[in-house]
Ligand binder design. Structure first.
Ligand code: NAD
Length: 487
């Protein structure tokens, strides 16, 4: 809903170390998804405002790239301290604008801090390679250099962690950065900028331009933006990847998902049920690593019964309530879309074991949807193929691991998959044959930590170098070779 309002805080852009009122004529409300109370108004900034931010970032690059690497890292050490000191208030902000539980938000902030900690290792990470005597009296050395201005575009579901996948490593490598946060969860980004500047970052190195499509296109189309880091839904990831790559930019575009959990007959049932429950319904299913489809190998009706029983007892409500597990989805428009897909699941013949629509009335102010479980789902059904990004779980059946893997690999997505078993042989087959890039064994959310790549595959990732780890370092640096002879 586009509004102009003076009753709530209007977010400013952050350009060249200054908080700037946007010249936007359109603004969006940012409501708390649990209550509907409007927290802020976010400007839908223009392409011209993107150009101003890129200009500042380009100017800052001239000097920032020459700041010694240990000195750049020292600023991030200070940032790590400030983020840690503010851990609780940052988590509360995540709960307010995103709706997830405080426990989830606290964990998310920690994941963000870990990215900063990884970036603090820049003096070691950025080391090059050398070899003397590659030929008679000739030596070769490789040095790493930053690229220039990098653009970052982020989704609503991790307002802290996903930006932290990008800018700490990018700037410690000597790049300068323009962030376009999600217009649905834009508030925390400004707090990240405040703390970054309290850490001593020079002006222009990190900038924020709030908005939507125009800002994204403004970054992609700008000649002085050398690389784009994107995280978001599949159609937009593909669009951003193709458009930016066609203009010769480096792009990493992390995309949507459909994550399968295979439950083998020998799995520890209680643990598998608990893992699936929190993976599928935690953060209202709005995680790119959420389990959205379970494949039961053998009949295992007891799994469905146990899962339904636990889902019936999950408390739904505000993420600030410690006992709450089920929190709201992000917006009414998103809930409407999901309700349509639940309807479609019924029409296509899936059996509704638990209907979360019945829980909605208990919280009329927020955008809640109860835990929804479909059984007898087949791989062709829409709910089995599409990412719903909601607390809706599909249960499929397979005769054996081969058939279960066929279902996993028939998905166009390839973010993650999990296997529940105690059988090492099954684990090996799963590791060798499953196509997704992030696998779990008896782990519900197998998200790699900051020093490993976040390695989605197929339509869950467009590009060559993933976020985080050595991939992230390689993405944000280019290499230069020098071959010398003095004799
Ligand atoms: P989204 O695609 O709607 O938005 C992501 C960003 O793209 C936002 O900043 C938005 O302003 C911008 N955008 C949206 N539509 C655009 C368009 N047509 N043109 C240009 N820019 C546009 O995604 P979302 O709903 O905010 O986030 C949820 C999605 O992100 C899910 O699909 C989820 O799986 C995915 N995600 C993936 C990962 C991963 O690591 N693979 C991590 C987190 C989220």
């Amino acid at each position: 809903m586009a509004v102009t309002t003076n009753t709530v805080q209007t977010l400013k852009n952050f350009v060249n170390g200054q908080w700037i009122d946007s010249q936007a004529t359109d603004f969006l409300e940012v409501p708390d998804p649990a209550t509907g109370i409007v927290l802020a108004s976010v400007p839908i900034s223009t392409k011209g405002e993107v150009a101003e931010a890129v200009k500042a970032a380009k100017a800052a690059f001239k000097t920032w790239r020459k700041v010694p690497v240990p000195k750049r890292a020292r600023i991030l050490f200070k940032y790590q301290q400030l983020l840690t000191k503010n851990h609780e208030s940052l988590a509360q902000l995540v709960v307010k604008e995103n709706g997830k539980s405080y426990k989830e938000a606290y964990g998310e902030v920690l994941r963000g801090i870990e990215c900063v900690e990884f970036a603090c290792g820049a003096p070691s990470l950025m080391m090059g390679d050398s070899l003397s005597s590659i030929a008679e009296d000739i030596d070769s050395e490789m040095f790493r250099y930053p690229l220039g201005v990098v653009g970052g575009i982020t989704p609503f579901n991790f307002p802290m962690m996903v930006p932290c996948w990008m800018f700490p490593l990018a700037i410690v490598c000597g790049n300068t950065f323009v962030l376009k946060p999600s217009e649905r969860t834009p508030i925390l980004a400004n707090r990240l900028a405040e703390l970054l500047h309290e850490s001593g970052l020079p002006q222009g190195v990190f900038n924020i331009v709030h908005g939507a499509h125009d800002v994204v296109n403004g970054l992609i189309d700008h000649n002085d933006v050398k690389a784009i880091s994107f995280v978001g839904s599949q159609p937009v990831a593909k669009y951003v990847y193709e458009k930016a790559a066609a203009q010769g930019k480096r792009v990493q575009a992390l995309s949507g998902a459909k994550n399968h959990h295979i439950v083998m007959p020998d799995a520890e049932l209680d643990k598998a049920v608990q893992n699936v429950l929190s993976s599928s319904f935690g953060s209202a299913g709005q995680r790119c690593m959420a389990c959205s489809a379970v494949i039961l190998v053998g009949r295992q009706d007891s799994f469905v019964e146990a899962l339904k029983e636990k889902a019936d007892h999950m408390k739904m409500g505000s993420g600030l309530d410690d006992e709450v597990l089920l929190t709201p989805v992000i917006r009414q428009s998103h809930r409407e879309k999901v309700l349509g897909l639940i309807q479609k699941g019924q029409e296509e013949g899936a059996v509704l074991v638990r209907d979360g629509r019945e829980d909605m009335e208990r919280h009329p102010d927020g955008t809640f949807l109860g835990a929804t479980i479909f059984d007898q789902v087949t791989p062709e059904m829409t709910i089995a193929r599409e990412e719903l990004f909601a607390p809706v779980l599909s249960i499929l059946r397979a005769n054996d691991l081969d058939q279960a893997l066929d279902i996993v690999n028939s998905s166009r997505f390839g973010n993650s998959a999990t296997l529940y078993t105690q059988d090492a042989k099954a684990v090996r087959q799963f590791r060798e044959e499953a196509e997704p890039g992030m696998l779990g064994v008896n782990v519900g959310v197998p998200a790699p930590m900051a020093f490993f790549p976040f390695s989605g595959a197929k339509d869950s990732f467009y590009g060559d170098l993933h976020a985080n780890g050595k991939d992230g370092l390689n993405f944000y640096t280019r290499k230069k070779m020098i071959t010398s002879r003095f004799v």
